[in-house]
Design a protein around this ligand. Structure first.
Ligand SMILES: Nc1nc2c(ncn2[C@@H]2O[C@H](COP(=O)(O)OP(=O)(O)OP(=O)(O)O)[C@@H](O)[C@H]2O)c(=O)[nH]1
Ligand SMILES: [Mg+2]
Length: 255
């Protein structure tokens, strides 16, 4: 699969992104004219869904999935992945609509995925060499770095930025995944996806990106989302350790 002949769908979940969605969509189509975009809107009170419909009317590369109310980022992406798998895309991309993910980084993600046919996913990373954040408050940087360090320690995953949401998956790897068992709602959905791929023995590659603080609209980040991540990542880590220990005990008994 080369970048040219792969069918690529960019999934863009939105909740109250009326100002930033049109700019992001235009930027993506400018950078990668051959791709399609699916906006997944959770009945945004600010009318983002209507704006998305208008964009879709004007350009057949854009489609909209409307959901009845705010149901969280994780379920929005699972709905987007199902939609993309049903329609036979080769690559599914996750991307925020708030301007934080620069469209100019998209071709790089797609290029690297095409260059490594054995890779299941390419993650845009803020926390590897060459990656950066722009205008992000110190507190958010600290939270993201500390969260990612915790993920690395608890899950033993050699990933610099497992919580980031700008990434490209090869659909082949996603078809093997049990999407119905994904319960994560907030950021930990991102960790959940990488963890599932790594556990399945898939190769995951990171490329540096520059993450830009949103200029408009409001963050949906909350203490609840941080708590969910902490609880779930800790539970996955304990389960993983327990499996390792039980496996080692069995092996010892056989010897
Ligand atoms: N459909 C849908 N989209 C959501 C939901 N929560 C967040 N989003 C979208 O997911 C993307 C990321 O959400 P943000 O609020 O920017 O969260 P974040 O990027 O993790 O946090 P900030 O750095 O503070 O912006 C944005 O495009 C949001 O509009 C949700 O419940 N449903
Ligand atoms: Mg954001």
């Amino acid at each position: 699969m080369t970048t040219e002949d792969a069918r690529v769908l960019v999934m863009m979940p939105t909740f109250n992104e009326a100002t930033t969605l049109p700019v992001t969509v235009a930027g993506v189509l400018d950078q990668a004219p051959e791709i399609n975009i699916l906006v997944i809107d959770d009945a945004s009170p600010d009318g983002t869904g209507l704006i998305a419909d208008r964009l879709a009317d004007e350009d057949e590369r854009i489609q909209v999935l409307h959901r009845s109310g705010k149901q969280g980022l994780g379920t929005a992406y699972v709905a987007g992945i199902r939609w993309g798998l049903e329609r036979g895309y080769d690559v599914l991309v996750e991307m925020d609509a708030d301007g934080s993910h620069r469209p100019e980084d998209l071709p790089k993600l797609l290029r690297v995925l095409a260059a490594y046919p054995d890779a299941a996913a390419v993650l845009g990373s803020r926390w590897i060499s060459g990656g950066a954040t722009q205008n992000w408050p110190r507190r958010r940087q600290y939270l993201s770095r500390a969260g990612n360090r915790y993920v690395r320690i608890v899950l033993g995953m050699p990933i610099g930025d497992a919580t980031g949401g700008f990434r490209a998956y090869r659909t082949e790897a996603l078809t093997k995944m049990n999407l119905g068992s994904i319960a994560s709602q907030g950021y930990c959905f991102q960790v959940d996806m990488v963890w599932r791929l790594i556990q399945a023995g898939e190769r995951v590659i990171e490329v540096p990106i520059v993450f830009v603080e949103r200029h408009a609209g409001q963050s949906k980040m909350s203490n609840k989302i941080v708590r969910e991540s902490l609880v779930r990542v800790t539970a996955w880590g304990l389960k993983h350790r327990a499996r390792q220990i039980i496996g080692a005990e069995r092996r010892n008994r056989k010897q």
